[in-house]
Design a protein around this ligand. Structure first.
Ligand code: PEP
Length: 249
């Protein structure tokens, strides 16, 4: 039985007052007991988010990390620092990191390994561009990104990951994959994971991300291989995010 996870990705958005607002809102509601909720906030807000959400069921996470443990890497943030500041999860390989910051599969793998080393849960993001989808390459791209990481890990390490399928053409565009499109890719991901290990595939949480909103979350989350959502824009509005969390229960 896979516990659904709804993870908000604030990207480079938000403010201290928004963190406080989320803290108050989540303290005042009861979330479905069978749903896990996480909020991936910008680095400077991690500590405050940990305090504001500390009395709630929401886990705090980060959006990236360095692949190095420490040293002369100006501007970088290590996994150990994230952990010390309260993060428990970290996004790795988000399409914005891949496209805008040149993170290739090797860089993504190094960050997954750094996160695992520090006891963080990596949320590995995979997804195809519109051009790749239209060229019929969706599965090849997505499974390639998955394998670039999973091939290098052992069974125990693999079981500590969460995977998020995020079609690049659906991120921040308002254009959501249909439930059938998303389910087809999730099923292909799970089938590929089963080649490593059936138990791993059965237990692995596969999140969908890409313009998930309060009004389309339920039908996406009802798909058999969709185990939660990675939510960008809609995670910045507390009512919308809460509604998505409720619809996962
Ligand atoms: C994301 O950035 O991970 C994302 C899914 O964004 P949005 O929900 O805004 O498409």
């Amino acid at each position: 039985m896979r516990m659904p996870l709804i993870a908000g990705n604030w990207k480079m958005n938000g403010s201290l007052s928004l963190v406080e607002e989320f803290g108050r809102a989540f303290a005042g509601v009861s979330l479905p007991v069978n749903v896990e909720v996480a909020l991936m906030v910008p680095f400077p807000y991690l500590g405050v988010a940990g305090q504001a959400l500390g009395e709630t069921a929401v886990t705090v996470g980060a959006q990236t990390l360095s692949d190095r443990p420490a040293g002369a890497f100006t501007g970088e943030v290590s996994g150990a620092m994230l952990r010390e500041c309260g993060a428990r999860l970290v996004l790795v390989g988000h399409s914005e990191r891949r496209a805008l910051f040149g993170e290739d599969d090797a860089a993504v793998l190094a960050r997954v390994q750094a996160a695992l080393h520090e006891g963080l849960t990596p949320v590995l993001c995979v997804g195809e561009t519109l051009e790749e989808r239209e060229a019929g390459r969706t599965e090849a791209v997505v499974l390639g990104q998955l394998e670039a990481v999973f091939e290098a890990l052992d069974t125990a390490e693999r079981s500590r990951l969460i995977v998020a399928y995020e079609p690049v053409w659906a991120i921040g565009t308002g254009r959501t994959a249909t439930p059938e499109q998303a389910q087809a890719v999730h099923a292909a991901l799970r089938e590929r994971l089963a080649r490593y290990d059936e138990t791993l595939a059965d237990g692995m949480r596969l999140l969908y991300g890409g313009s998930m909103k309060a009004d389309n979350a339920a039908e996406l989350l009802a798909q058999p291989d969709i185990d939660g959502g990675l939510v960008g824009g809609a995670s910045l509005k507390v009512d919308d995010f809460l509604a998505i969390c409720q619809s996962a229960g």
